[in-house]
Design a protein around this ligand. Structure first.
Ligand SMILES: [Zn+2]
Length: 433
């Protein structure tokens, strides 16, 4: 049912929007083409190419956004943040699948084409393990696959203070489960569509010997490692502990981390690691937003995440990140607009080890289009459009989304739009009855 951008039997398909974002700027009169595997093969201004490309009239194309930090099941709690225990007790396997599908669809409508799922809902509602310990991870992956978004499933270890549903039986069990999940993923999905990574729910909360096993496994297997980094108590910070173990490297992403001190900024920068900012989540929790300007100056990367899905809007996170920095510093500009968009795309792709993030030859044709006649961005030209989008646009302006050259959203709708929302809404009625 999904419209294919690359017709069967054809070697190549192409698109010609009014404007296309090529990394530094928007360009007009430029078509781009992808091969049958969905990879971008070339850009062209040749009249013959412009004539054969699919014309995207009145639209601008931008690289798909990469959401580096999501807890999909938290979408079931939107508007009910105080009811965490009830959700933990009520979300069975079907509800987890339906909720994940809902939030991944919502991501598509926000221009997100790739997500890092920080997965720590491991057990059954009563806290006992599933026969297949990574069952819920597999359900979340299945949901992403059905919607069509790329997913890095970050299998996340929690400490013993976490609710029973979120715990695994120690670091060795985590390694076994991560390996088993990796094998299942490899067998069932293309490597650039679904892959696994590692997560530590709260850095500093896991006993050091367990942290060493988990971070060591991530290092040995070249997996991305993500961790929430809480405010440090007095003394050595959790990041310093990771660095002392020799396990802080460029594949590490610190999540949230609103209270990073100068020493931690230096550590992340020296390791060429990343920070994933989740401004909505941080501000809602009454915390600050990480010092991104200092981090970039120190050599660290910056990504963005929607975290608990109080809102699922990555451009909105970029906007909030900048506005919060301005309020905190009293300056009129902190990060330039391209740097904010970079965090929502290239930074996220780096954080997750994803193939997308930019419209470039060799990368997948993952992109979204905006309607240039939408009231929120109408009148913008090539020089003002990115700023108009980052600061002014409404999600309604997003029209089409293509992933690997396949159309996943057409005029704001997914081929399973109604059923996905219907199933989720029914589950919500049951859960909160
Ligand atoms: Zn989080």
């Amino acid at each position: 049912m999904t419209q294919a951008g690359v017709p069967h039997g054809s070697r190549e398909g192409g698109w010609l929007p009014d404007l296309v974002y090529t990394g530094e700027k928007f360009e007009s009169g430029l078509a781009f083409f992808a091969d049958a595997t969905g990879r971008i093969t070339r850009f062209s201004r040749e009249p013959a190419d412009l004539a054969t490309a699919r014309r995207l009239e009145g639209q601008a194309a931008l690289p798909g956004l990469v959401n580096a930090h999501s807890h999909a099941w938290h979408r079931a709690l939107r508007g009910r943040a105080e009811s965490l225990d009830r959700a933990l007790a009520g979300l069975g396997e079907e509800e987890v699948f339906d909720t994940a599908r809902m939030v991944f669809l919502e991501m598509l409508t926000a221009g997100i084409t790739c997500v890092g799922e920080f997965h720590f809902l491991h057990a059954r509602p009563d806290g006992s393990p599933w026969p297949e310990p990574h069952h819920l991870a597999a359900e979340i992956i299945r949901a992403a696959h059905e919607v069509g978004v790329r997913i890095a499933l970050l299998n996340t270890a929690c400490d013993l203070a976490a609710p029973a549903r979120c715990r695994q039986a120690g670091a060795d069990a985590w390694v076994r489960e991560t390996e088993a999940l990796g094998r299942a993923v490899e067998k069932n999905y293309p490597a650039d569509e679904v892959w696994i990574g590692a997560g530590v729910h709260t850095l500093g909360a896991l006993p050091p010997d367990q942290l060493k096993v988990i971070a060591g496994h991530a290092r040995a297997q070249r997996l991305r490692l993500h961790a929430h980094v809480p405010a440090a108590a007095a003394g050595r910070t959790p990041l310093a502990e990771l660095a002392e173990l020799g396990l802080l490297d460029k594949r590490f992403t610190a999540v949230d981390a609103g209270q990073l001190g100068d020493e931690d900024v230096k550590l992340l920068g020296a390791a060429r690691a990343l920070l994933c900012a989740c401004p909505t989540g941080s501000l809602a929790a009454g915390q600050g937003v990480a010092p991104v300007e200092k981090l970039i100056a120190a050599g660290a990367g910056v990504a963005l995440g929607t975290d608990t899905h109080a809102r699922t809007d990555l451009i909105g996170e970029a906007r909030l990140l900048e506005l919060f920095q301005r309020a905190a510093t009293g300056r009129h500009s902190v990060l330039a607009v391209p740097a904010l968009f970079h965090a929502a795309t290239v930074g996220g792709a780096r954080s997750l080890g994803a193939t997308g993030g930019a419209l470039e030859v060799g990368r997948p044709a993952d992109f979204f289009t905006v309607n240039l006649h939408d009231p929120s961005i109408a009148g913008a030209d090539a020089s003002s459009l990115l700023a108009a989008i980052v600061f002014g646009f409404e999600r309604r302006a997003i029209r089409d989304v293509w992933i690997g050259g396949r159309q996943r959203l057409a005029a704001g709708r997914h081929v399973m739009h109604g059923p996905i929302i219907g199933r989720f809404s029914d589950g919500q009625k049951k859960l909160w009855a």
